[in-house]
Design a protein around this ligand. Structure first.
Ligand code: IPE
Ligand code: IPE
Ligand code: MG
Length: 261
């Protein structure tokens, strides 16, 4: 969140912030661009991977808070298509971290009732990472307390390209009538077809861009940008973002009844 809207809440404790939440106004689906791990590490004179490692603790806290508050879907951007352009050493460290996370946290995800899904071009991931992704998806597919979607080797434009290709195949076989294609049809061909669009997008680290994330799905999402680096984004920061979200007026192009014409 930009600093000012919630700055009057700075003095409040976590439990006081929680009381300020209105359950019926909570977002149902939160998406997060987890950014700033490298800078967090550099500020401490540590290798970038130390920031990625610390960022996992933020992911854990966010999952817990979503479960506590009854937020049903959390979608996190863990590795973009463009991130393949990073140095090989950082990519392999990130893949190692992904495998470590999935192999060690699977049991805890299951215990908490979290359904894990990955979106993106997984065929590009190393085989061992693909293995852990598939296994975690399989073992958590029956769970529904929280739908945790992790974008891995993900690009929003690539998602649309993949959707168009599959849709064209279905047009060719006659399964879809071109004249009947509408927005719902397109949505059904996206990686996120079973999810409703995010209500809230949070991006950490002070960058104010989308970086090829959920291009279709973010059409009417409320955007929250915070200067906090991802490894420092913990419960309190998330509560502040939720409070800011609740103060927004979602108009969807309409004129609200309270606004005079
Ligand atoms: C986000 O942190 C994690 C990934 C993109 C994998 P960064 O690694 O982008 O951290 P900064 O932006 O360089 O600080
Ligand atoms: C976006 O962060 C991707 C993820 C958080 C996984 P980046 O750090 O890669 O984005 P840019 O390069 O600053 O746009
Ligand atoms: Mg970054």
């Amino acid at each position: 969140m930009t600093q000012h809207p919630t700055s009057t809440l700075d003095h409040l404790s976590e439990s006081e912030l929680t009381v300020k939440l209105e359950p019926e106004l909570l977002p149902k689906h939160v998406a997060v661009i987890m950014d700033g791990n490298g800078r967090w590490a550099e500020l401490r004179g540590l290798p970038r991977i130390a920031g990625h490692r610390e960022g996992i603790n933020s992911v854990r806290e966010m999952i817990t808070l979503c479960l506590e508050l009854g937020i049903h879907a959390l979608t996190i951007y863990a590795f973009s298509q463009e991130n393949w352009n990073r140095p090989t050493q950082e990519i392999s460290a990130l893949m190692g971290l992904l495998e470590h996370y999935l192999s060690t946290e699977r049991a805890s995800l299951i215990e908490q009732g979290v359904c894990f899904r990955a979106i993106g071009r997984h065929e590009l991931l190393p085989p061992s990472a693909q293995h852990w992704v598939r296994m975690t998806e399989k073992e958590t597919s029956h769970l529904d307390k929280l739908i945790l979607t992790v974008a891995l080797s993900y690009g929003g434009r690539a998602e649309i390209v993949d959707a168009v290709k599959t849709l064209l195949e279905d047009v060719q076989t006659g399964a879809v009538q071109p004249g009947l294609i509408d927005e719902t049809t397109i949505q059904q061909y996206l990686y996120t077809h079973s999810l409703q669009d995010p209500d809230l997008l949070i991006r950490t680290s002070g960058e104010t861009r989308i970086s090829n994330f959920l291009l279709w799905q973010l059409a009417y999402t409320e955007l929250c940008f915070t200067p906090t680096l991802w490894p420092d984004f913990r419960r309190r920061e998330f509560l502040l973002a939720l409070i800011e979200y609740q103060r927004r007026e979602r108009r969807f192009g309409r004129v609200l009844s309270t606004v005079s014409s």
